[in-house]
Design a protein around this ligand. Sequence first.
Ligand SMILES: Nc1ncnc2c1ncn2[C@@H]1O[C@H](COP(=O)(O)OP(=O)(O)OP(=O)(O)O)[C@@H](O)[C@H]1O
Ligand SMILES: [Mg+2]
Length: 264
Amino acid sequence: MHNILEVKNLNIKLLKNQKHLVRDVSFAVGKGKVLGIIGESGSGKTLTCKSMMKLLNEKVFAISGKVELMGADILGMSEKQSRNVMGKDISMIMQNPMTAFDPMMKIGRHMVDTIRAHTPLSKKQAYAMGLAALDKMNLNRAAGIMNSHPHTLSGGMLQRVMIAIALMLKPAVIIADEATTALDVNNQAIILNECQKMRDSGIGLLVITHDFGVLAKLADDVLVMKDGQIIESGTVHQVFYNPRTEYTKELLRARFLAHEVGYA
Ligand SMILES: Nc1ncnc2c1ncn2[C@@H]1O[C@H](COP(=O)(O)OP(=O)(O)OP(=O)(O)O)[C@@H](O)[C@H]1O
Ligand SMILES: [Mg+2]
């Protein structure tokens, strides 16, 4: 079977001091497959994903290796080419919803512009599509949200708006960076259900989370990152029930213990 996303020997360095932040990271995501990434804070999970979305400033980071989306070479794309792909063929739900939006732009404008950049829809049609996308994320009063600026919404609402935007154009791959962290249990379940539907429709998902319960339910395979490297990988079952490294064992212990005592 063909992979929709393939990352080969991805390396990310800081230009100013050559600090190596991501080292020789390779993985693949197949059609309808879910790949989870776990690892302590600062291990390079977000940088890895942002590089695939061309979100890293090339004046700050040196990026090498290969990222292929349905065979197309992402890292080698011009800015113009990547504008057609980002948000349309691959999209990312950011870890921090507050900084992911333009504070000056109403949600509706943002959604309509994004839709119209990638489809031939009219303003009115794009607006209707945006409303429907919000509705799916259990955001009622969607018209009011469309008319709001980002800072007037709660973190959890904004996160669901971002999820709606990431999903609405039905990309081939969706990257979710701690997408459900700011949500209550009810909304987490709604998002998870949407993720399951996406997977069933053939979309590939890359899920970064500290919630191993989410991965146990959703993921096929898991990567474990530490200090910018993949130190362990395998099926969810292998990694969770038969971890090979002390580091993974420690991660699992810390998380499941936290769950038991009600912290996570
Ligand atoms: N703009 C930047 N300038 C310098 N260093 C950076 C920059 N962005 C990230 N880093 C460094 O790169 C490393 C990896 O960061 P990254 O955000 O990918 O971690 P993460 O695994 O997503 O962590 P978390 O779980 O906290 O989100 C960290 O050591 C971080 O300090
Ligand atoms: Mg991160």
